[in-house]
Design a protein around this ligand. Structure first.
Ligand SMILES: O=C(O)CCC(=O)C(=O)O
Ligand SMILES: [Fe+2]
Length: 236
């Protein structure tokens, strides 16, 4: 089955992670409900990094990591992304079951949205980048419930999970330590899941053939097909 929830190991490299955790560790945090909308405010109990200078620098690092990540680029085809929210959960904090908003703004705390529709992202994918090592806190799992069972993620610091926005999920209560994460939303160049899958799989096939039979007619054909699928479907 096509993996709808994907894990990206080492999304931040050790140097980026160290810089980020240093800045996050020294930051001021505010009530996370400032960025909640729809029904999520009632179930959201966390904190988020205040939009000060350190925050802007952390956002830039996360932003660069998205742009540099080949796996993400070849499966999600990011068109635009929101600024990451840097969240913090202390003992007793949680984010109850909710779905994320289908439209996200680029707004930061205390800053107004632009004219309607401008600077908005259709949230095709939600992403969590874990920023604290799993053994430093208890609970704080990102958990998806479905009729087929529950899937939980609690990844090493620097690793990430990306999933289609719209899946119900929660962050389970933290019962020891502090959970830190960066969360962001991505709009894909390819809106339709099956078309995106086609473009992604053709790209994978081309990449494989280029490594096993570089320069062959089949490798060239696969690369052409991958390019065509992307050109047909990409909205820029
Ligand atoms: O921190 C996480 O892993 C997810 C947070 C979340 O669900 C949200 O901000 O909407
Ligand atoms: Fe969420």
């Amino acid at each position: 089955m096509w993996p709808t929830i994907r894990v990206i190991d080492n999304f931040l490299d050790p140097t980026e992670l160290k810089t980020v955790t240093g800045k996050v560790g020294a930051a001021r945090f505010v009530d996370g409900r400032v960025s909640a909308d729809g029904g999520s405010a009632e179930v959201k109990n966390n904190q988020e990094m205040a939009s000060e200078q350190q925050y802007v620098e952390v956002v830039k690092i996360v932003d660069r990591a998205v742009r540099a990540n080949l796996d993400l680029n070849n499966s999600v085809f990011p068109r635009s992304i929101t600024r990451a929210i840097i969240s913090r959960y202390e003992d007793g904090m949680a984010y109850g079951t909710h779905i994320d908003s289908p439209i996200m703004g680029f707004t930061v705390q205390n800053e107004a949205y632009g004219p309607f529709g401008q600077n908005y992202v259709r949230s095709d994918f939600s992403m969590t980048v874990f920023l604290a090592e799993p053994d430093t806190y208890d609970g704080g799992e990102l958990s998806f419930g479905s009729p087929w069972g529950t899937h939980t993620y609690k990844l090493p610091a620097g690793s990430a999970v990306a999933y289609p926005t719209g899946l119900p999920h929660q962050v389970t209560p933290v019962t020891r330590g502090v959970r830190l994460a960066a969360v962001l939303w991505l709009q894909s160049m390819i809106r339709d899941h099956e078309q995106r899958r086609l473009a992604s799989q053709l790209n994978l096939l081309a990449t494989r053939l280029e490594s096993t039979e570089a320069g062959s007619a089949n490798a060239q054909l696969a690369r052409e097909l991958a390019a065509t699928a992307l050109r047909i479907n990409a909205d820029i």
